[in-house]
Design a protein around this ligand. Sequence first.
Ligand SMILES: [Zn+2]
Length: 425
Amino acid sequence: MLNRKITYRLYPNVEQEARLRETLGLHQRLYNAALEERIRVYRETGKNLSFAGQCKALTQWRKNSAGLRSVNAQSEQVTLKRLDLAFKHFFRRVKNGEKPGFPRFKSLHRFSGWGYKTHGDGWKLHPGENGRHGKLYVQGIGLVPIRGRARTAGMPVTCEILHKAGKWYASVTLEIETIRRACGTERGAFDWGLTEFLTIATPQGIETVSNPRHLKNQLAELKRLGQSVSRKIRMAQKLSGREKGVAVSANLRKAIQHVARLHAKVARQRKDFLHQRSAELVKRFGAIATEALAVKDMVHSGGAHKKGLNREIHAAAPAAFLQMIRTKAEEAGAWYEEAPTREIKPTQRCHACWKLPDGKKKLSDREHHCPHCGATCGRDENAALVLLRWLEERLAGVTGSGREPSEVWSGGGFAALKHETHAIP
Ligand SMILES: [Zn+2]
C-alpha cells in the first residue's frame, strides 16, 4: 500500500466561506486553550499534560461549549495532537541541547487549518468523472465544489483543510494499491544545472530543458514586492517608535496579502513544472541516472562565490524534483539511480577519458577542458555524459556492488522487473 497526497482547491459560496472561517477560529481557540491549560497545569503541579489527558478534558469542554460541540470531535483531537507534536518536538530539541522556542499561541493569521483522521467521519470526498474535481462534504460546512485531480485513483484516508493566502484547500491522502504508469525503453542521464534546468545525455546525443521563463519574471516581481513591504513596515516602526506591535494599516495588510498570494502562485507553478518534467523523463526512459545532490550543503556551505546562486538553487528545487522522479520511476518500474557524487565526481571527471583534472574546477568554470585527452565541451554536458557512461557501465555490470541493474537489463528495458519494487540504497 502506498500513500499519495492530493491537494484540491475549495470553492465555497459566501455562506460556506463564513462557516469555514468560523470553524478555523474554533480550532485556533481550542489550540490556544489547550496550550494555556498545559502551561497552567505545569505551573501548578510541575507535570506535563499528555495528549490522552487533553482528549479527556476536551470531552468536558465540549459539554460546556456549543461552539466546540458544533465541530467534528475527531478533528478537534487532531488539533490537540498537533499541539502535542509541537511539545514533543520542543522537548526533543531541548534534550539535544538546542534552544528551541516554546510552543506559541497562534493568531488566526498563523493558524493554517485543521485535519480529519477517518474518511466518512466529518468529511467525505465525492470525486468527479475520472477523479477530476468534484465535491467535498465537510461537516458543518456542507458540500463544497473542489478542483484538482488525483494522478492515481485510491481510497481517501485522511484530510486536512488549509487556509492559505485567503484561499481554501483540502489536502487529501489517498491509499493506493496499484500504480499504472508506463516507462519508456531509452536510457539517459541528466545533470541539473543553473544555466539550463536539465542537460540530458542519451546515446544519441545531448538535449537541454530550460528553466521556465515566467518563473524568473515572477521571482523578480516577488523580490520587488517583498522589498516594498519591508520598507512600509520599517516606516511604520519609525513613525510609532516601536519595534513590535505596530498597527498594520489596511494598505500594508493588502500589500502583505498580495505578496503571500504571489508566493503561493509561484510555488504552485514551480511544482507543476517539476511534475511535468519528471513525468516526461519517466515516460521516455527505462533507465535514468543523475548525481546524488546534497542540496543543503550546496546552499549553506558555499563561500561568497555561491551566495548569488542560492536563490536560483532554491528556485529550481532539485531535491523535490529528484524525489518526484524517484516516485514516478518506482510507479512505472523504471530504473532510477543516483551516482555517488564523491566517488564519481561528475563535474570534475572527463567523460571521454574518465580521468580527474589535477586542480579542482570551480562552480563558475562553465567549460570542460580535459588536460589529459583534450576533450572540450560545456560543463553540464560533460557531467551528463559522465553520468550516462556510469549508468551504462552499471547496466553492463562493470562497476558497483549490491543488486546490479545488469542482472535485469535486457538492452530494451527491464521486462522481468516491471511493477516490482526495487531501489538501490
Ligand atoms: Zn579527458
